[in-house]
Design a protein around this ligand. Structure first.
Ligand SMILES: [Zn+2]
Length: 120
């Protein structure tokens, strides 16, 4: 698939961008924690930057996993039902690991889990 080369380049750029963003945020965190008096004032700030950091990590992991799939030849195949992921979806989300319906199922399962945990 000649398309793979293109996806690899997109994913590579994405990984680099995320890694850069992570390094930048780390730097900000170090600067902030050096100023202990400011710590409390920036609690809300830290909260949102922690969330952004987690989001960066999550995306970076997904991008790296997609690059692994290009290497081992399983790129573009849904990890759950093993059907091909439509090219349109891959163009929009090159690191997509699931087809649309499996993704929706996974998200639904995630949404239900906290409820189940509380009930137990
Ligand atoms: Zn699927």
């Amino acid at each position: 698939m000649p398309e793979l080369k293109k996806f690899e380049l997109v994913l590579q750029a994405r990984a680099r961008e995320r890694a850069g963003s992570l390094a930048e945020r780390n730097q900000i965190r170090i600067e902030r924690s050096a100023d202990a008096f400011d710590g409390r004032l920036h609690a809300a700030d830290r909260e949102s930057s922690a969330q952004a950091l987690a989001e960066d990590f999550r995306l970076l992991r997904q991008v790296e996993a997609a690059r692994d799939r290009i290497r081992d030849g399983t790129f573009g195949i849904c990890l759950r039902c093993e059907e091909g992921i439509p090219p349109k979806r891959l163009q929009a989300i090159p690191w997509a690991a699931f087809c649309k319906s499996c993704q929706e199922m996974a998200e639904e399962a995630k949404a239900y889990r906290p409820k189940l945990a509380r009930a137990a």
